[in-house]
Design a protein around this ligand. Structure first.
Ligand code: SAM
Length: 188
């Protein structure tokens, strides 16, 4: 069966993140992706996770504690500020990063990721990927504001220099209700 977007997003990251690596969850929300990244990077690895909502940071903290995961740095801050949290030795060392765009399910639907800050964060992360590293974006766009972010992101990634990056799109084109799709960036 063709993989749904979230399992495919995880597979893309699992292929390139090894124990001991550095990974980033740019939108930790309920912590599902953070938990996944913390397990893939292992005890010797590190995950930096970001969200602008206190509730998301708390949910993620609880989820990690339930699974005894201790290799995550949680930051109540926008992913566009990731530069402030990358230590010198971590620069250029990001093996994988994930963004789940849109709003936190069952929460305030007006707190959404936005084109300018998403693109800023993607640019910083792309510059800090190690060769072969990947950024995976799960693009939800059916909510108010979602189409603008999707279009701006698409334009930005379409123009990424192919000498340095490969950019992939993956999604189901015959599903109703504006299904999410994946945009993935790999550093050559
Ligand atoms: N990955 C999450 C999970 O597994 O539950 C779902 C993430 S949800 C679709 C999007 C999240 O992005 C929300 O929790 C929202 O608060 C957060 N967000 C919005 N703007 C942000 C920003 N500038 N930086 C970091 N997180 C942001």
């Amino acid at each position: 069966m063709l993989k749904p977007v979230i399992p495919f997003a995880h597979e893309l990251l699992e292929q390139v993140i090894k124990p001991g690596d550095l990974a980033v969850d740019a939108t930790c929300g309920n912590g599902n992706d953070t938990l996944f990244l913390s397990q893939v990077t292992g005890q010797t690895g590190k995950v930096l996770a970001f969200d602008v909502q206190e509730q998301a940071i708390e949910e993620t903290k609880n989820k990690l504690a339930q699974h005894n995961q201790t290799n995550v740095e949680l930051h109540l801050d926008g992913h566009e500020n990731i530069d402030n949290y990358l230590q010198k030795e971590q620069q250029g060392q990001v093996a994988g990063a994930i963004f789940n765009l849109g709003y936190l399910p069952k929460s305030d639907k007006t707190i959404i990721t936005k084109a300018a800050t998403t693109i800023e964060a993607v640019s910083i992360l792309a510059a800090n990927l190690k060769p072969g590293g990947r950024i995976v974006l799960v693009v939800y766009h059916g909510h108010p504001g979602g189409a603008e972010e999707k279009d701006a992101l698409y334009d930005h990634l379409t123009a990424l220099d192919q000498a340095h990056y490969r950019v992939l799109q993956y999604g189901f084109i015959n599903q109703i209700n504006q299904p999410p799709f994946i945009l993935a960036i790999e550093k050559k």
